[in-house]
Design a protein around this ligand. Sequence first.
Ligand code: SAH
Ligand code: SF4
Length: 418
Amino acid sequence: MNFLIKTIGCQMNICESEKLGFALLAYGASKASSFVAADIIILNACCVRSQAEQKAFSYLGRLEEFKLEKSNVKIVVVGCMAERLGTKLKQRFKSVDLIIGAKETDSIALKIVNLYGNNTLKRKKINVVFDVVKYVIVMRGCNNYCSYCIVPFVRGNEKSFSARDIINECILAAENGTKEIILLGQNVNSYLYKNVNFTLLIKKIVSIKNIERVRFMTNHPKDLSDDLINVMATESKVCSHIHLPMQSASNKILKAMNRKYTYEHYLGLISKLRVAIPDINITTDIIVGFPGETEKDFEETLKAIKNIRFGWLYVFKYSHRPRTKIAEMIDDVTLVEKKRRHSIILKESNKISIEIASSMIGSLQTVLVEKVDKGIIEARTESGRKVFINGGNEKYLGLQFNVCIKEAKINSLFGCIV
Ligand code: SAH
Ligand code: SF4
């Protein structure tokens, strides 16, 4: 059985696809090198924003056409979108053979293997190849019910995974070449397993032999603790980068979003972070065109972006998601207006981001090498910026060293080894 997994979604989806891939390999299946070579095509798709979902629909459309040519190929849909739409997906895309929602966490691989007829497969021990950087999921679901967000409905209530299991996963990765761990969860700040909270979990992970860097995301401004800021400031292995979604700077909109903090509280966190960790890179998420967002509300957000100067940000045009609280209201900002606000924010944040990057020219930065491709080293600064360096080979992989930054572009820096 040859399988192919297509992921349309966030880092969490990518991580889950990787896990599913390993589980299928252990069942004796093989990875297909192309669409045509696949017996089973698995789509893992997100439904948080309608744009991502549209992308997934068009991919399924292509699969429908492909199945007309190769009728014995099996099509499986997993993840958030599968959870949201369930059997409705089958009505729209007749060729889908199996739907497994994001709330189903057990035996996904077995269900897929059974679809193929597992009697032909033999379980095997696989050698997992670890990357320099490894994502580790620490929790699933969310209890926050931001009024625009579908995550709590498709992923269920927040559940923290066992600290022991997480640490064992990190140890295994470290023993096999991983240098950096990125902890993932919808709101890592509320991680709690028995008596282990998130700061304690980080302290345990930084003490693992061979782990040189630890990052985490995403943080919620209502839950970011002084304790965590303190750990970031004192543990040298915890990277000086934090993703702290602001969403809006208008208190009226934040309240309507049910974010449970004010802009003043958010600003307070920014100053605490900058006092404790002077070189910290703060990044964020913004939603424009939320129902009821006036020009004045939007201007407040734009002004905040100019004042705070995020390292970079992700800006999204609001889209109604079924079952969410705000979907009961009228989506009153027109698409034209959403696009205008989106492009103003993007332009401003790109300008700031390039200014910050340019200010790094001439400085020395410690980078960790994540990849070497055709003599070009791809590394990352502690602050999370990508750095390209000419003239490397495989032996640089996983090493940390100082580079002098020579050139800055919007998404990357260029440097040379000193
Ligand atoms: N748990 C994370 C975010 C998960 S979703 C957090 O709270 O920060 C990632 C981002 O998608 C959110 O931060 C938000 O900016 C955006 N988003 C979520 N629902 C959306 C919607 N209905 N329309 C537009 N953007 C949305
Ligand atoms: Fe969605 Fe809010 Fe939970 Fe983030 S914190 S996943 S935006 S409900």
